[in-house]
Design a protein around this ligand. Structure first.
Ligand code: GUN
Length: 292
């Protein structure tokens, strides 16, 4: 058996078209243009690539992009002052501070300074608490993209056995909260989990977000399972996921490739969240097909 290859690239392109159509309607009917501010501190090469492609795709969707680049030695006070200005700027509907931040800056203080309504990453304590308690929240982009792919592939997730490998605040924890809200039975596994392959073998849904190249192999997978690979690992073999695609594809029912799976969904969901934040800021209904 060979698993269905889940085409995140195509799904993300469709999502971006949906966002662009609704952005155009917002401009036409209400003369409102959503704006996204992205803040980059320092010169981490991977972050620079992400920030550039965020800016490019924001403009392609018809939204305004505001890029703020600060030097690596910028003070926390400078960064907090910038966040404060963006919070107060009515042309900015979404604020994203690219992580990781330099060591001398307290990441959680900066993130939590972002206005809850503009927190398009969904990383503030307020938004993660809202998600965990089932209240309307801004949902972190990568787990939101994974959930969209899962729903598209499987339909109703109610009662499914799901194993999330990884417990980061950016992916693992919000992913577990989303799957729980979908009525899946959720296990969060991590580096201290005993007998990890046995735990993963129970799963009808596997979400791998650990950052270890090709860790999940075919013998860990329940036949027919749906496998979502969030890993982006740069190795001598090029870009690889947390899942050993070739061996898992022989057992799974469906699997996301790396690249071309979850990756493109993340920025598409960021655009979707920015449009959602803009609609909410203006007292308009949530956009269609972009929220949960
Ligand atoms: N660094 C890696 N992924 C992300 C993300 O989704 N948002 C932000 N702000 N920084 C990141």
């Amino acid at each position: 058996m060979t698993a269905t290859r889940i085409d995140g690239k195509a799904y993300a392109a469709e999502l971006r078209r949906n966002v662009a159509d609704q952005v155009a309607a917002l401009k036409r009917d209400h003369d409102i243009i959503p704006g996204l501010a992205v803040v980059l501190v320092g010169e981490d090469p991977a972050s620079q690539i992400y920030v550039s492609s965020k800016g490019k795709q924001t403009v392609e969707a018809g939204m305004k992009s505001f890029e703020h680049r600060l030097p690596a030695d910028a003070s926390q006070a400078d960064l907090l002052a910038l966040v404060g200005r963006l919070n107060a700027d009515s042309s900015v509907h979404g604020i994203l501070v690219q992580l990781p931040l330099p060591d001398h800056i307290n990441e959680s203080e900066v993130i939590n300074a972002i206005s809850v309504r503009k927190d398009v990453d969904g990383f503030t304590v307020a938004n993660s608490g809202r998600l965990a308690t089932g209240q309307r929240a801004m949902v972190p982009c990568t787990p939101l993209g994974c959930l969209m792919l899962l729903r598209d592939q499987l339909g109703d997730l109610s009662g499914k056995e799901a194993v999330v490998i990884g417990r980061s605040n950016i992916v693992g924890k919000p992913m577990a909260a989303l799957l729980t809200a979908e009525n899946a039975t959720v296990t969060v596994a991590h580096s201290r989990t005993k007998d990890l392959p046995d735990v993963v073998r129970r799963a009808e849904i596997v979400v791998a977000a650990v950052g270890r190249p090709k860790m999940v192999t075919g013998d860990w997978i329940r036949p027919g399972a749906t496998v979502i690979d969030v890993g982006i690992n740069r190795t001598d073999d090029g870009l690889v996921g947390d899942v050993d695609y070739d061996s898992v594809a022989g057992v799974a029912g469906a699997i996301t490739p790396v690249p071309g799976g979850v990756g493109p969904m993340t920025i598409a969901c960021l655009l979707a969240n920015t449009l959602t934040a803009c609609c909410r800021a203006n007292g308009l209904p949530d956009p269609e097909g972009l929220t949960l």
